[in-house]
Design a binder for this molecule. Sequence first.
Ligand code: FES
Ligand SMILES: [Fe+2]
Length: 451
Amino acid sequence: MNAADIDACLDDRPADGVFRLRGKVFADAQLFALEQTHIFERTWAFLGIESQLRLPNDFLTTFIGKVPVLVARNAQGRLGAFLNLCRHKGALVARAEHGNKRFWVCPYHGWTYDTAGKNVLVKDQGAGAYPPDFAQLNHDLVPLARFDNYRGLLFGSLNPDVPPLGDFLGEIRPLIDLAMEQGPQGMEFVPGRIAYTYDANWKVQSDNGSDGYHLTSTHPSLMTVVERREAARHGNLEARQFDWRKRFTQSAGMFTFRHGHTAMWMNQGQPENKPIHKSIDEVRTRLGKLRADWMLKGRNLTIFPNLQIADSTSLLIRTFRPLAVNQTEMRVWCMAPIGEDPQVRTWRMRQFEDFFNVTGLATPDDTAMYESAQLGFGAQQMEWLQGYERGTTAIVQGPNDHARELGITPVASNEGPYKLQSEVCLHATYREWARLMKAGLGGTPAYPGSA
Ligand code: FES
Ligand SMILES: [Fe+2]
């Protein structure tokens, strides 16, 4: 494969208002393998949130693409991130998803590491007749090339030549802040998480995170159930969800950002049906009216390549791990202000379960559609997917009034009635996808100037 093969995957002609993708972007195993090395292993990737690691020696495990990663707070309280790979023969050093341990003992041959990643024991080293060089080798866990924290969100990179995290996130940061500053003491995950796999490409979930267009056709049962139980006053009344049809009179829009990040927003109507509404006076006092008002809107962010923050019903963090070209693992957490009123917390959890759980009213519908689409992505007979052009004539280059009031400078903006249900923020995603793939194939830096 070469750059021309990547160019052939997209028909991107902004002057003509054309943006189309080939189905093979989601179905080609060679492209999938290249994404691992040229995207996941060369960009910043989301790892977890700081409040998952509150105590000395707390740890969590995750992946950057196919590479196992271990994030830990060491005995002195300092955060670090390492390859979760034993220096001896590569076994996973930490196998649990999270926990608290003073030492990680590799279960294969017993090499032992402290929570700063330092090797403190090579089992039976003295009797091992090792060559003289062996003692000179660095036996410690390999630290990630880059590791940093933005507002409690932890990111790592396997590539040292990435821009500083703040520059990588860039202008989307104030929108991240709207999620991470909802509580005066910061944010935490509600204990537990949902994890599942679906049989489709990782980018299908990436697309769906900013897809408002599918709501009325994929989720009519959700909308109807919510309406009926409110009318009849029975069923899961504790969830007190939105009446989704009330959104149709509202406005909505999107922003795109450098490095492939995107945001879509919508005025939701019924702001009182968001758990954060209960503490909005505190938010307004702390952060001002404008930001409090924006917290009451629906906002779906995609931080390229593997993080979504969705604040619609409840507030979630979603990260996806590509397992194969047609299989993806999702991990999804409900996020909440630290110290939240227990009754509000309960309500938040019921909303999250109602909509997002794998047993909820929305997620199974979405994954069924992902798997359905995946079945045909490999068909060469259908030339182009036409799902990236809604909203084209509403695109404003640079900021619109909403961006200006937030003080951000996106690459592009648009706004319209709710039913605009724009698809064009995905242009940023696939332009970045193509840019990184071509840089990788051409042997040039992913982020020129960052070396
Ligand atoms: S692989 Fe870890 S001790 Fe052998
Ligand atoms: Fe959906």
